[in-house]
Write a protein that binds this ligand. Structure first.
Ligand SMILES: Nc1nc2c(ncn2[C@@H]2O[C@H](COP(=O)(O)OP(=O)(O)OP(=O)(O)O)[C@@H](O)[C@H]2O)c(=O)[nH]1
Ligand SMILES: [Mg+2]
Length: 389
């Protein structure tokens, strides 16, 4: 049976849930889909369909980013549910790189925890310009304590340039909303209204050459290799030629879908799956870039302004100097790079410095592109490309 095609009736945005482990991101994601499904827009996605890997079920945490879709009255959303556990921050960065806005989930019982702050910092760095706060577990929280948590969250957001005073903070209970408690299903409605109104429709560069950072690679038996991700810019149609940078592959797009629905054309902002002709499964991986042929020249050298996280932010306790070799998280890629601070200069935790970086492989780079620097499983820096070459 042919699948129903995707019909673009509303503006499409990419949002997602981020925040510290166990604060209720996946529960809230499931609750949002349930509340909207009951209003007749979209399909309910239960908790165990979001955290569906065996290890996720066994450990009760999210590991992989998961995508769900839903619609409000005014918009169509792709929603990325990100992991909060410190070990999976690299997956969170991949998810955040495609967002137009984020829902920061903070447990009203626990307040700001290490990955609450780390995610806000990373979101800022990878270009998430708008955050709405869900103060979750409000069913179990004491009102006065929740007021304090709200103040604390606003302060954190302000310190990262998010204008914490004007950010919407909505008290919710994902768990009670899932159970159908009217007070809390209403709160989910209020949260979605806040997202609808506070996160603006971003400018989409639909006329630019096509570019999609690969988030995931799958094989569809009998059809071939599929790459997924959010279109960063441009437009793509079935039959278009593309190149896969990183894999040095030239190919043709032979299928195009969003959330299992075929589409004739995908454009900047869409969360899509591209079927690529004749590409072996192991030739492509996360971090590669699918682009219009010849439209980008990848490079490995760039200059950047970098903030070195303080020890209190979970960063290093000792300075870095020329020769330092951490991992750079750029779009969905994770690449080693050599840092040059110029001569004998050092960068202490808490400093903002300029550096040149020589990556281990060529990556499409451009001024203004944000990235994170990680080492031994923790985030140690956040930077912005200032010049390429
Ligand atoms: N009381 C109460 N408990 C909640 C609420 N939301 C989630 N929980 C509980 O908190 C625990 C963690 O919920 P998850 O939704 O898995 O949290 P998460 O933020 O997705 O966790 P990670 O993805 O692993 O970072 C579960 O036991 C939930 O039942 C809520 O609104 N109220
Ligand atoms: Mg989760």
């Amino acid at each position: 049976m042919p699948k129903t095609a995707y019909v673009r009736t509303k503006p499409h945005l990419n949002i997602g849930t981020m925040g510290h482990v166990d604060h209720g991101k996946t529960t809230l994601t499931a609750a949002i889909t349930k509340v909207l499904a009951e209003r007749g827009s979209g399909t309910y996605v239960p908790f165990d369909r979001i955290d569906r890997a065996p290890e996720e079920a066994a450990r009760g945490i999210t590991i992989n980013i998961a995508h769900v879709e839903y619609e409000t009255d005014t918009r169509h959303y792709a929603h990325v549910d990100m992991p909060g556990h410190a070990d999976y921050v690299k997956n969170m960065v991949t998810g955040a790189a495609q967002l137009d806005g984020a829902i920061l989930v903070v447990s009203a019982l626990d307040g700001i925890m290490p990955q609450t702050a780390e995610h806000v910092l990373l979101a800022r760095q990878v270009g998430v310009d708008h955050i709405v706060v869900a103060l979750n577990k409000a069913d179990a929280g004491d009102e006065e304590l929740t007021d304090l948590v709200e103040l604390e969250v606003r302060e954190l957001l302000t310190s990262h340039g998010y204008g914490g005073d004007s950010v919407p903070v909505v008290r919710v209970s994902g768990l009670r909303a899932l159970e159908g408690d009217p007070r809390w299903t209403e709160a989910i409605g209020a949260l979605l209204d806040a997202v609808d109104t506070y996160v603006p429709m971003p400018e989409r560069y639909v006329d630019a050459p096509f570019l999609l950072p690969v988030e995931n690679v799958l094989t569809i038996t009998g059809r071939g290799t599929v790459v997924t991700g959010a279109v960063e810019r441009g437009t793509i149609r079935v039959g278009d030629r593309v190149e896969v940078l990183g894999a040095a592959v030239d190919t043709v797009v032979t299928g195009l879908e969003t959330f299992g629905k075929p589409m004739a054309e995908a454009q900047a902002g869409d969360s899509v799956a591209l079927l690529l002709r004749g590409v072996p499964r192991d030739a492509v991986r996360r971090g590669h870039i699918v682009a219009a042929p010849g439209s980008v020249v990848p490079s490995r050298r760039f200059s950047a302004q970098v903030y070195v996280l303080s020890a209190g932010e979970g960063g290093r306790t000792t300075p870095v100097s020329t020769g330092y070799r951490p991992q750079f998280y750029i779009r969905t890629a994770d690449v080693v790079g050599d840092v040059d601070l110029g001569g004998s200069a050092v960068a202490r935790p808490g400093d903002t410095v300029t550096m040149t970086v020589e990556l281990g492989r060529d990556v499409p780079l451009e001024p203004g592109l944000g990235f994170a620097i990680r080492e031994g499983g923790r985030t140690v820096g956040a930077g912005t490309v200032t010049a390429v070459g």
